[in-house]
Design a protein. Structure first.
Length: 203
C-alpha cells in the first residue's frame, strides 16, 4: 500500500514550512537592528563626551584644510539646529519615534530596513539622551553638536553630530528601500508576504 502524504498539521508538513522560515528571519533582522542601534548610541555618547572635554572654551579646530571644523555647540533645537526653542516638543517626538520603531520591528524581515531603522533608532536615542540628561534640565537639555563643514558656526551648513548623521543616513536608506519597492517584511510592493500566504507565525 502506498504511503499517504504528510498531514499539514504535522511538524515539517506543508502548513508549517512558511512559519518555520518566518521566525528565524524575523529574529535575525531584529537582532541586526538591536546591534546597530546600541553601537550608534555608544559611539554618539563617546564622541560627545570627548568633544565636551576637549573643545569646551576652545576655538574651532580646523581639519582637512578648512573642509571640516570641530566646534562645540549646544543646540536646543532638532537635528542640524532646526526648531530652536521647541526642545520639549522635540523630546516628545523623539520618544514617539523610538516607540514606533520598536513596535514595527515585530514585522521586520528585511536587512535593508533593519539597517535603516537601526541607524534612525540609534541616532534618535543619542540626541534624546542629551535632551533628558544635559542642562538646562530633563526634556529640555541642549544637544551637543560638534562638526561644522566648510566654515565655523554653521554658516555654510548646520553644525551636526554623529547622531544627526546616523538619522540622515538611515532616512536616506529608508527612502531608497521605498523607491525599490522593498517592504518591511522583505517582500516587494504588490507581492504577498510569506506570513499572508501561510498564516501568522506562532508567538
Amino acid at each position: 500500500m502506498s504511503e499517504l502524504p504528510a498531514s499539514s498539521d504535522e511538524p515539517g508538513g506543508p502548513g508549517t514550512s512558511g512559519s518555520a522560515t518566518i521566525a528565524p528571519a524575523l529574529a535575525s533582522k531584529v537582532r541586526l537592528l538591536a546591534i546597530i542601534a546600541p553601537l550608534v548610541l555608544a559611539a554618539d555618547i563617546i564622541t560627545k563626551v570627548v568633544a565636551v572635554a576637549e573643545l569646551e572654551g576652545r576655538a574651532p579646530v580646523e581639519l582637512l584644510g578648512g573642509l571640516v571644523y570641530l566646534q562645540l555647540i549646544r543646540n536646543p533645537g532638532a537635528a542640524f539646529s532646526f526648531a530652536t526653542g521647541y526642545t520639549w516638543l522635540l523630546t516628545v517626538i523623539a520618544i514617539a519615534v523610538v516607540v514606533v520603531i520598536i513596535r514595527v520591528s515585530r514585522r521586520l524581515r528585511s536587512t535593508g530596513w533593519a539597517i535603516a531603522l537601526g541607524l534612525v533608532l540609534g541616532g534618535a536615542l543619542g540626541n534624546l539622551t542629551d535632551r533628558i540628561f544635559r542642562s538646562p534640565g530633563p526634556l529640555q537639555g541642549h544637544v551637543v553638536d560638534v562638526v561644522s563643514v566648510f566654515a565655523t558656526d554653521g554658516r555654510v551648513f548646520p553644525v551636526f553630530n554623529l547622531a544627526d548623521s546616523s538619522i540622515v543616513c538611515g532616512g536616506v536608506l529608508l527612502v531608497l528601500m521605498a523607491l525599490l519597492g522593498r517592504e518591511l517584511d522583505g517582500t516587494r510592493s504588490g507581492t504577498q508576504s510569506a506570513e499572508e500566504r501561510n498564516g501568522p507565525a506562532g508567538d
